[in-house]
Design a protein around this ligand. Structure first.
Ligand SMILES: *Cc1c(COP(=O)(O)O)cnc(C)c1O
Length: 418
């Protein structure tokens, strides 16, 4: 069962102040979820979650998470600047990028962020980018290749562009040691939207094994292991949420048997989840503009794929609630569309919903990660506002809606901008 943190009357009052469409995030639920994640890993001294900024790059949300002790996982200049703005710097920032420009390595180094290399050639590139020196602490991203089965969004590791092979890792840590790097971490990220606890436990186990192997082979000791993000959320109402306590317990077991008992000192466990931190606690609120009846029935919303691209991009399921519908309302099968001139601009295809009418509010669930963040302006579509529902029931705007002036701001054409 998918529930809403507001009633229809509350939602109409919010929509009277901030016209639809808008994204709204539930602060109390985000905070409770953050605390649950920390509790599941409390056994690990130094456990740290770096919120993957790309999931919801809004500094108000990042600040909320920072208050819960979460750092930032960044992969671009803008994300580094956002992390800095909310006060995350030093080793509260993980810079996990790929195909990285030199200026971004310099910015990460300036913040004192933990730099996570994506490729063996980046070691020399980083050194050159930083004027011939390397940071004291470095991490490398492992790509386990055929060792690890595929995942629907991220694909098979051996087809993924990310990370080092194992021989490259051994070579890289050896060279880092020679070049005077003193502190080491190891990272991988092979899952996306994964709901099976065992997959995450297995990934951590592979990393612990590799830490032991590399430390023996190269003679370095690791400080941390970063198991990446990728914990999924139950987009479909019949799916169960990830059993995060089981993940915590399972990794604790592997930590003992695959790391400590193999003679490697304890490491800090790092994680860089995005989706499961904010995803379920953000909602896209929209209004029905038109009902159309041709070969199919269409419910046309005032939101479009510029506000939430996942259904069009991956055929992803997003649950839809019609908060005003009574339980005895007739059920009708719709394609729920936006107004973009692309036929994949559909939030749902052949979805049975309570009968809709122009003016009805609809709420699209699980839009709190990779929702507003993936927004774009193709077809002259503007990104919506983002709102935050506070624990006391009040609502604040944390990003205004774009205007035509924003859309034209980069053009230099008389009559459009000035
Ligand atoms: C996207 C990404 C994450 C976060 O992934 P989620 O699926 O949102 O948890 C973490 N690390 C890296 C390197 C990423 O690219």
């Amino acid at each position: 069962m998918k529930t809403l943190p507001f009633t229809l009357d509350q939602l109409e009052a919010i929509a009277a102040r901030w016209p639809t469409p808008f994204h709204i995030y539930d602060e109390a639920a985000i905070v409770a979820n953050a605390r649950r994640l920390k509790a599941a890993f409390a056994w690990n001294k130094g456990f740290h979650e770096f919120f993957a900024v790309k999931a919801a790059p809004n500094p108000h949300l990042m600040e909320l998470l920072r208050r819960e002790g979460f750092g930032s996982d960044c992969s671009s200049m803008a994300e580094l600047v956002l992390a800095e703005a909310v006060g995350n710097k030093g080793e509260d920032v993980m810079f996990t990028s790929n195909d990285t420009p030199a200026a971004e390595f310099r910015k990460a180094a300036e913040l004192g962020a933990i730099i996570n290399l994506d490729d063996i050639t980046h070691l020399d590139f980083l050194e050159r980018s930083l004027g011939g020196r390397l940071p004291e602490l470095l991490c490398c991203r492992w790509n386990p290749g055929p060792l690890k089965g595929g995942n629907a969004i991220i694909g098979k590791p051996e087809e993924a562009k990310y990370g080092f092979t194992k021989p490259q890792l051994i070579d890289a840590y050896r060279r880092m040691k020679e070049k005077g790097v003193k502190r080491f971490g190891l990272h991988t990220m092979v899952a996306s939207n994964e709901l099976d606890p065992q997959y995450i436990i297995d990934t951590a186990t592979l990393l612990f094994d590799l830490v032991v192997e590399i430390s023996r082979e190269v003679g370095v000791t690791f400080e941390f292991v970063n198991i990446g993000g990728g914990i999924g959320i139950p987009y479909r109402p019949e799916q169960l949420p990830m059993d995060i306590e089981r993940v915590g317990k399972g990794i604790e077991g592997a930590f003992k048997t695959h790391l400590i008992e193999k003679g490697h000192p304890a490491v800090r466990l790092y994680m860089e989840c995005g989706r499961c931190i904010t995803g379920p606690y953000g909602y896209l609120v929209s209004r029905v503009l038109h009902i159309k009846d041709t070969y199919r029935k269409y419910a046309g919303l005032d939101a479009c794929m510029a506000n939430l691209m996942r259904p069009a991009l991956y055929g992803a399921y997003h649950h839809i609630t019609v908060p005003g519908a009574t339980s005895d309302a007739p059920r009708v099968v719709y394609d729920v569309t936006g107004s973009l001139c692309e036929n994949n601009d559909k939030f749902a295809i052949q979805r049975e919903l309570p009968e809709l009418h122009p003016g009805d509010l609809v709420v699209i669930h699980d839009a709190g990660a990779h929702g507003h963040a993936m927004g774009f302006q193709y077809n002259g579509k503007l990104r919506s506002a983002e709102l935050l529902l506070k624990p006391d029931g009040s609502v604040v705007q944390i990003r205004r809606a774009e205007t035509l002036a924003d859309y034209f701001a980069t053009l230099d054409y008389n009559g459009l901008t000035k």
